[in-house]
Design a protein around this ligand. Structure first.
Ligand code: HEC
Length: 100
């Protein structure tokens, strides 16, 4: 019985880890809601002069650097600080990687 309780506990721990890891699907939801207007559904960039996520080296940055851009904004791009949770920002950066 004790073993069973311990193994259930371990399984629950493992599923909690899965929930806490980067979620590309949630990242997509954030992207579609908050980024697609300017960056386009395939990251092509809809504003004049905006670089495409898939053709330039925009994404050749660390996750930290990309998260900072989303948090602080850049040029015309608004800051999402306080609008998106840390999880949302982490997930949307994970989703950006799918454009490469
Ligand atoms: C109002 C339009 C707008 C929205 C909304 C927007 N962006 Fe941007 N984004 C821009 C512009 C314009 C730039 C280029 C800024 C510059 O280089 O001066 C940019 C730059 C970036 C860059 C860096 C690209 C580069 O050329 O260095 C990343 C990464 C990025 N945006 C991600 C996002 C994500 C993720 C979201 C959604 C959470 C988002 N953006 C929402 C307009 C927008």
């Amino acid at each position: 019985m004790k073993m069973l309780v311990i193994s259930v506990f371990i399984v629950l721990q493992m599923s909690a880890q899965v929930v806490l890891s980067n979620d590309v699907f949630k990242g997509r939801e954030v992207y579609v809601r908050d980024c697609v207007l300017c960056h386009g559904s395939s990251g092509e960039g809809r504003l004049p002069g905006l670089q495409s996520f898939n053709e330039s080296q925009v994404l050749y940055r660390t996750d930290e650097a990309l998260k900072k851009i989303v948090r602080d904004g850049k040029g015309v791009m608004p800051s999402f600080n306080g609008l998106l949770s840390d999880d949302d920002i982490r997930n949307v950066v994970t989703y950006l990687r799918t454009f490469l």
